[in-house]
Design a protein around this ligand. Sequence first.
Ligand code: MD6
Ligand code: FE
Length: 216
Amino acid sequence: MPDLFGRLAPAEPATEIMAEGAMLLRGAALPYEKALLIALDDITASSPFRHMVTPGGFTMSVAMTNCGAAGWVTDRTGYRYDRTDPQTGRPWPVMPDCFLDLAITAAARAGYPDFRPDACLINRYEPGARLSLHQDRNERDFANPIVSVSLGLPATFQFGGLKRTDPVQKYALRHGDVAVWGGPSRLFHHGVPELKDGIHDTVGRMRINLTFRGAL
Ligand code: MD6
Ligand code: FE
């Protein structure tokens, strides 16, 4: 039924295909926004955001924490998934139901109905923070997609190919957007250039990214 202005409400938010197996579900996290931000406060109270060090000795500009059975960590010895938070010595906080529900629903909409994440890496970008072009390849089974949720300030997402030198496409990721990533593009290179300064109404002066994985 068209509204007063003749507009038809979409049954589901718009989707864009980024590559074979990779989809952008615009606004798919908006119904979960409040629940996600409340749950995030609980997680960071137990396992705070921290700037990890790469095997090469560089401190990352993106601050990270995790929830779920395993968390992604890096230090001088390498990248890995760890069942305990090395900073607290305790298991990572349990994955909240609203995180799980969003990840499973989004994956199913993108064609991955069997996805059950056991890890969620949480990235916090403050203005100037960036993540250089990389592949996500520390997970055990690449049959699992990755579900990536953007909250807060907008960012540019660079999306390349299997080779580091493949041409890169750019997508604007906004508050509530969800990218789902798997199949033939599971190992494509991707990155986030320097976050521009700004203030988001509900999230403030930062961008939060939740990436759900089947790690173990
Ligand atoms: C980010 N995301 O959006 C960083 N990885 O802040 C990632 O590195 C990423 O968005 C794998 C799949 C989707 C992603
Ligand atoms: Fe990644």
